[in-house]
Design a protein around this ligand. Structure first.
Ligand SMILES: Cc1ncc(COP(=O)(O)O)c(C=O)c1O
Length: 388
């Protein structure tokens, strides 16, 4: 048996050959028409009005963190983020000066713990929440939306691990004011590096287009650009070099967009395989705690397990050529970057994830036979932790 990778390259040889043929035509490589085309395809697929392609999922989070401030959409800078998340779900907001409160995770879907979320909302009156649909599972969006509407909190979905998962007839990534996606290696689709931000608000969309490219006006829709030029009395000489917002350069290239467009054609198949593998794990590891959520389709990013002998199992699986890793970043509140700024928060569930959580491989090239083999090895060595 060859090495079973945790994630695999989602860019196929066919994609690379098409890319080579396209490159031979000497096309424009920087952000251009293909970026616009990819954004349109993505919007139609996910069912959202606007998409903005950027150079990573982390950049998409940074873009929305800054965009909401420039758009003056928040009543304060207090926000809630999940303790079980990715580091750049949290750090762009810290960098932009937000006061971030970590929320504990649910023991079933590994998203937000609902009662802790409500406590934080009551105590801190935040204006913003970012959540993560961990490993392709949905948060309890019904309860979260209820709480957020009660306390007037805006929701951003970090959907970097859940492209294609559905919840109550909708795609994850369409349930808040904006959502972010990652197209890094091993994600559902890959553009080498890349990410997407989707939203429906026209004004915010235009601000984000500007922030993506230095804060200038030239990427804006005509109407918005004309309005700003009128307001600031900008003539055609200064038009290209006037900066309306404090921006970054988070742009992708058309080369990345080319790969994205190719892979959108086979995304449904990729999701089907990930979901099939998830169900197979669930069946074969039925005596273990399992991550469960209200997602109808689980576009699974990896299969979560909780084990008492994590190091022993990790080493054993490695010896048997099976790659595993800790469950995302564990508890953000126990990461050194957090502890340099703040005291360690008390987050009992996330602490368990930090100590006992692992996730097993899932990707579009993982076969049913390999999933069964992984489960056999896990059952032989693992001491399940009862996370209930
Ligand atoms: C939940 C989550 N958010 C953000 C990111 C960052 O995406 P990228 O690696 O494209 O910057 C990741 C990466 O895996 C992630 O899992």
């Amino acid at each position: 048996m060859k090495n079973i990778k945790l994630t695999d390259n989602t860019i196929s040889l066919k994609n690379i050959n098409s890319l080579i043929n396209w490159l031979k035509k000497n096309p424009r490589l920087t952000k251009g028409d293909l970026t616009l085309k990819f954004e349109k395809i993505f919007s139609n697929w996910i069912k959202r009005r606007y998409s903005i392609f950027v150079n990573s999922g982390s950049s998409a989070n940074l873009l929305i963190a800054q965009g909401l401030l420039e758009a003056k959409m928040l009543k304060n800078k207090i926000m809630i983020a999940p303790a079980v998340s990715w580091v750049t779900t949290v750090t762009p907001f810290l960098q932009m000066g937000y006061d971030v409160k970590l929320c504990d995770c649910s023991k079933s879907d590994l998203g937000l713990d609902i009662s802790h979320l409500e406590k934080l909302c009551k105590r801190y009156r935040p204006s913003l929440l970012i959540l993560v649909h961990v490993l392709g599972h949905a948060n309890d969006m019904k309860s979260i939306k209820k709480i957020c509407s009660k306390y007037k909190v805006r929701i951003i979905e970090d959907t970097c691990e859940a492209l294609g998962s559905t919840y109550e007839g909708k795609n994850l990534g369409t349930l808040g004011i904006a959502s972010t996606f990652s197209f890094y290696y091993g994600h559902h689709i890959s553009t080498i590096e890349g990410g997407m931000l989707t939203l429906d608000d026209k004004k915010l969309y235009n601000i984000l287009l500007s922030i993506r490219s230095h804060g200038w006006g030239r990427d804006l829709e005509n109407y918005e650009r004309n309005q700003l030029e009128k307001k600031y009395k900008i003539d055609n000489v200064r038009s290209l070099y006037t900066f309306y917002y404090s921006g970054f350069n988070l742009r992708p290239t058309d080369l990345n967009a080319f790969l994205g467009i190719q892979q959108m054609k086979v995304l449904t198949k990729k999701i089907r395989i990930r979901f099939r593998n998830f169900k197979l794990y669930l069946k074969n590891l039925s005596s273990f705690w399992a991550q469960q959520s209200g997602a109808k389709t689980v576009s699974n990013f990896g299969y979560a397990i909780m084990v008492k002998n994590r190091k022993e199992l990790f080493d054993y699986l490695k010896k048997n050529k099976i790659e595993t890793r800790p469950l995302i970043c564990g508890n953000m509140g126990q990461q050194p970057f957090w502890l340099k700024r703040y005291k360690r928060p008390h987050l009992p569930n996330a602490e368990k994830i930090h100590q006992y959580g692992l996730y097993l491989p899932n990707h579009e090239n993982l076969t049913e036979k390999q999933v069964k083999y992984i489960c056999e090895k896990v059952k032989l060595k693992a001491l399940p932790y009862n996370f209930t």
